[in-house]
Ligand binder design. Structure first.
Ligand SMILES: [Fe+2]
Ligand SMILES: [Fe+2]
Length: 181
């Protein structure tokens, strides 16, 4: 089931979304699962499916629109009901801004991994955003996103420890550019 769902998501996501978001989210989710003794297969399924609403319908409310889509996919692959329920909760709780907080270990892992992925792909962020806005606007957006991730989404001590060095390095790099703005 995992291999089939991985292929399905890989085919559905555009190449950059797959390479620079979903792959790092899966990577960090599995690392956290190992560190916290969570079920790695369920964690990977949730990581693969957490943004299915965004892939299919766009970013708005994708924490809600993704729920029936993930349910459909998991049912088609004969996933047990408890796995379906866990993945649905991961989707509804994965965005830092929204009201439903992650309540289970696996949903905390997904929310943390979703933010951790950003720390690895800074140049891709600039590439994506510079198409829509000026460099300065992209810079401000990324700088505050990284801070939001660090201050609000990285709630697990394991995740903070894994990312602390990168967070500091990113802030250092951003600060040195700010001097010229
Ligand atoms: Fe998302
Ligand atoms: Fe995401």
């Amino acid at each position: 089931m995992l291999n089939k769902i991985r292929e399905l998501i890989k085919n559905e996501a555009d190449e950059a979304d797959w390479k620079y978001h979903l792959v790092p989210v899966v990577k960090y989710a599995k690392k956290l699962a190992k560190a916290m003794n969570a079920n790695e297969e369920v964690v990977e399924l949730a990581a693969l499916l957490h943004d299915i609403g965004r892939l299919r319908f766009g970013g708005e409310n994708h924490n809600i629109t993704g729920i029936p889509e993930a349910e459909k996919i998991l049912k088609e692959h004969n996933a047990p009901q408890d796995v379906i329920d866990e993945v649905k909760h991961c989707i509804e709780s994965h965005r830092g801004k929204k009201e439903i907080p992650p309540k289970t270990t696996i949903s905390k892992i997904i929310a943390n991994a979703d933010a951790m992925a950003h720390f690895d792909i800074l140049p891709a962020f600039f590439y994506w955003l510079s198409k829509k806005q000026t460099f300065e606007e992209a810079f401000r957006w990324i700088d505050s996103k990284i801070d939001r991730d660090w201050n609000r989404k990285l709630t697990l001590p394991e995740a903070r420890e894994m990312m602390e060095e990168k967070y500091k390095a990113i802030k250092l790099v951003l600060k040195s550019n700010e001097e010229y703005m």
